[in-house]
Design a protein around this ligand. Structure first.
Ligand code: SF4
Length: 376
């Protein structure tokens, strides 16, 4: 009973510090998630970004031997951009997914969890907690689902009744046996809108994601984007959230509850050409505070080149020729050459033919050949 009272105090405090939803669950093994992850591994569907073993991700006591409960939190983020700049011929723009709008949520949620942990410490001697946000081993979604934050959608997002799936998740394992909450009683039912809307067929029936086909994952890779996905990525620079946008449970959900998550329209829908000129320092200054910068400059620049190719943006030809001829990174040289072929101006095509005679890197030559074939 004493813990129930403390739980209520924690809930009240969480609201004060801007946590939009909180739930409590046990440290029992997440067995359903474990089977799902095993199946995903066996099918070769993992992204490679996963942290820890499947056991660490699904058995909380492996991460904290004294574990007795988990507190899950969610913070809502906005879904709509006001004053959205237009992407027009001669001045094309790319896009960051909604989960990368505003300040990197990892820091914001980590601070909230820390405050929460400190608050509980003042109430309870010997309180121990281990906070995690996304990059921790524990499977956030399984925790959030069991703690009653939301249900797990077929798009693999946690869908809350209040904020839809536009929420960031975090949790802390604690050494206190707090009373548990129940999962929310909702589900996708017969709906399969997100499965049908996914342009690459990355969502499998049964709420499984083939990360290798997922555009959100593919925007974060550092190598060449595989050919099959180049026409699908459009002007996306980081992440991909069509499977959330089409979800009927997200209809009308647009919460602006945290100043930190407010998007700067010029930053989340930035001009493409200037991105290609950024030094590492400039990239860090401009995009460093966003979650979408965590893989560095190269994937964003590669995607910017693909976006310019997608638009067949002729004003980018000079810059693309320069990159193809001088950039030290083969992926950038090769992608620029491919883009020049796709844009298909005489000047660009001739430049690719000429650069091919000097190019030594086999991967870049392959891209040049592909680019020239597009043009033919
Ligand atoms: Fe579930 Fe339909 Fe939303 Fe997909 S679009 S997550 S199937 S409710």
């Amino acid at each position: 009973m004493a813990y129930e009272q403390l739980k209520q105090e924690i809930i009240a405090y969480s609201k004060k510090i801007g946590i939009d939803k909180i739930g409590f669950t046990s440290t029992d093994e997440f067995s359903e998630m474990k089977s799902r992850l095993k199946l995903q591994q066996e099918s070769g569907f993992q992204s490679g970004f996963e942290k820890g073993t499947i056991e660490q991700r699904t058995e909380p006591v492996r991460l904290m031997p004294a574990a007795q409960s988990i507190i899950a939190i969610a913070l809502a983020y906005p879904s709509r951009l006001s004053n959205e700049p237009k992407s027009v011929v001669g001045d094309r723009r790319g896009k960051f997914c909604r989960a990368s709008w505003g300040m990197d949520y990892h820091y914001v949620l980590r601070d909230k969890l820390q405050l929460l942990g400190e608050f509980i410490t003042t109430k309870l001697d010997g309180f121990q907690f281990k906070p995690m946000v996304d990059t921790g081993e524990l499977a956030d979604r399984a925790v959030a689902e069991r703690a009653g934050i939301g249900f797990s959608g077929k798009n693999c997002a946690i869908i809350t009744p209040e904020f839809g799936s536009y929420v960031y998740l975090g949790e802390m394992i604690t050494n206190v046996p707090f009373p548990q909450d129940s999962p929310v009683g909702d589900s996708c039912g017969d709906c399969r809108i997100c499965i049908d809307a996914c342009p690459t067929g990355a969502l499998e029936e049964g709420g499984r994601l083939n990360a290798k086909k997922c555009l959100a994952f593919l925007t974060q890779t550092k190598d060449y984007l595989p050919d099959d996905y180049r026409s699908k990525i459009g002007n996306q620079l980081y992440g991909y959230d069509t499977c959330q946008v089409v979800c009927p449970k997200n209809k009308g959900k647009d919460f602006h509850l945290h100043e930190e998550f407010e998007p700067d329209p010029d930053l989340v829908k930035p001009r493409l050409l200037p991105i290609l000129n950024l030094s590492n320092k400039e990239f860090k200054e401009r995009f460093g505070p966003m979650a979408g910068s965590w893989r560095g400059k190269k994937p964003i620049q590669r995607n910017a080149i693909l976006a310019l190719a997608h638009y067949k943006e002729k004003s980018a030809v000079d810059k693309l020729i320069e990159l193809m001829e001088t950039d030290p990174r083969p992926v950038i040289r090769g992608t620029a050459a491919w883009a020049l072929g796709k844009i298909g101006t005489e000047e660009g095509v001739q430049a690719v033919k000429k650069a091919r005679e000097q190019e030594k890197d086999k991967t870049v030559i392959d891209e040049m050949d592909k680019g020239l074939r597009i043009e033919l």
